[in-house]
Write a protein that binds this ligand. Structure first.
Ligand code: ZN
Length: 403
């Protein structure tokens, strides 16, 4: 990895922090934002890389709380296991912070390999964390308990994606969910981490009933629960909106590709509804389900067809919202600051002095153009400048190979 001693001065950036700050310069050193202001002079007697952003929007790196780093799937036989993600799957998508997780398959996949992949991505330049567990209850863990995993294993910040209201779940009872949520909550307090229970919500009619019951019958705060995929049906989305209003639970929509006759709402439609209906904005986040398998089941619960999620859908959703006329500063928080708040990552999801230099420069259609993570460029002009160790570089004509 290139050293962090390069100091970068970005000039004339239109900063969305995510609040719009206007045209500013931003000075980056040792992986941090150290100054934001007008006409910042480059420090003298040190090497400074001065980049003129020429008025392009500069936004926080996206924070994706739901990524199958080691690959998801496996629901349609052994050949349906999705391969692991490479660095550029995330970096080209503008994602600089991710939370990896296991899904249906906690049998052939392990928390050990998930944590190892998160640590690998950290070496490659991203900020990577994990949920321990998976669909199954009792959850698959690394140390034997959810609580110990959160307290002792650096990248593990909570449990997920524990499945409810789904035929692929362990059919958890309210008491099982309560115990798990309590472990997350207490471990979060002990470790200073998020301590969140990130819940996969399926198509089942029970919807969010378990979460409502858990909140009604316990002292646990609403902030422990983070249900995802709540845009998979309009009915579930209504339940999620009601839960956010009545109980203060932050709910998560998935930026999955929506097909014709899909019962779900696209993430862009869900966010648009959320804004237009005046629902509590900080109570909504958006994630990608990257490298997750997106199976379509028939009435018998058999897989009818499959697709694979990609972190690129986050930036695509952002661009769609901007194209619809939403102000960038209004829609960015669903992909950045709101997610960082749920994950309790204080230096992520916003552009501010002292924050991590995780930055994305957007192009004219709000597409991801340049990506910096921890003060280091990973993507320039839409092309990777850093690749994972097993990613093949695009073929370079003979004689022009990089030295
Ligand atoms: Zn899921």
């Amino acid at each position: 990895m290139k050293s962090l001693d390069v100091i970068t001065l970005l000039r004339r950036a239109e900063i969305y922090a995510p609040d719009p700050l206007g045209a500013r310069d931003i000075l980056i050193a040792a992986g941090k934002v150290v100054a934001i202001g007008r006409d910042i002079e480059p420090p003298r007697n040190v090497e400074v890389d001065v980049v003129d952003v020429a008025g392009a929007p500069l936004v926080p790196g996206l924070v994706d709380a739901h990524v199958h780093l080691t690959g998801g799937g496996g629901e349609s036989g052994p050949s349906s296991r999705v391969p692991p993600m490479a660095l550029t799957d995330l970096s080209l998508a503008g994602v600089t912070t991710c939370v990896g997780l296991l899904g249906t398959d906690t049998t052939t996949r392990s928390i050990e390999s998930l944590v190892a992949r998160a640590l690998g991505l950290r070496h490659e330049g991203l900020s990577a964390f994990c949920w321990t567990g998976g669909y199954e209850i009792p959850p698959r863990t690394l140390t034997g308990s959810v609580r110990r995993d959160i307290v002792f294993v650096d990248p593990i910040i909570g449990a997920g994606e524990i499945a409810i209201s789904d035929h692929r779940s362990s059919q958890p009872t309210k008491d099982e969910i309560l115990r798990l949520a309590a472990d997350c909550h207490v471990a979060g307090m002990m470790s200073g981490k998020a301590g969140v229970l990130h819940l996969h919500v399926g198509d089942g009619e029970r919807g969010l009933a378990l979460i409502r019951a858990a909140l009604e019958t316990s002292e646990l705060p609403a902030s422990v629960f983070h249900p995802t995929h709540v845009n998979r049906q309009q009915r579930l989305f209504e339940e999620a909106a009601a839960l956010a209003v009545a109980s203060g639970v932050t709910v998560d929509v998935t930026a999955f590709p929506v097909e014709e006759n899909d019962p779900g709402l696209s993430a862009a439609d869900a966010i648009t509804q959320w804004i237009e209906r005046g629902l509590p904005r900080t109570r909504l986040t958006c994630s990608s389900d990257g490298a997750g398998c997106l199976p379509v089941f028939d009435a018998e619960g058999r897989v009818a067809s499959m697709d694979v999620g990609s972190p690129r859908t986050l930036a695509d959703t952002l661009a769609t919202l901007v194209a619809r006329g939403h102000r960038l500063g209004d829609v960015l928080p669903f992909f950045t600051s709101h997610v960082a708040a749920v994950l309790r990552l204080a230096t992520k999801g916003s552009i501010r002095v002292g924050g991590d230099a995780d930055l994305v420069i957007l192009g004219p259609r709000a597409e991801v153009r340049d990506v910096m993570a921890g003060g280091r460029w990973l993507v320039r002009e839409g092309a990777p400048v850093v690749r994972g160790p097993f990613e093949k570089a695009a073929r370079v004509p003979r004689g022009e190979e990089e030295s």
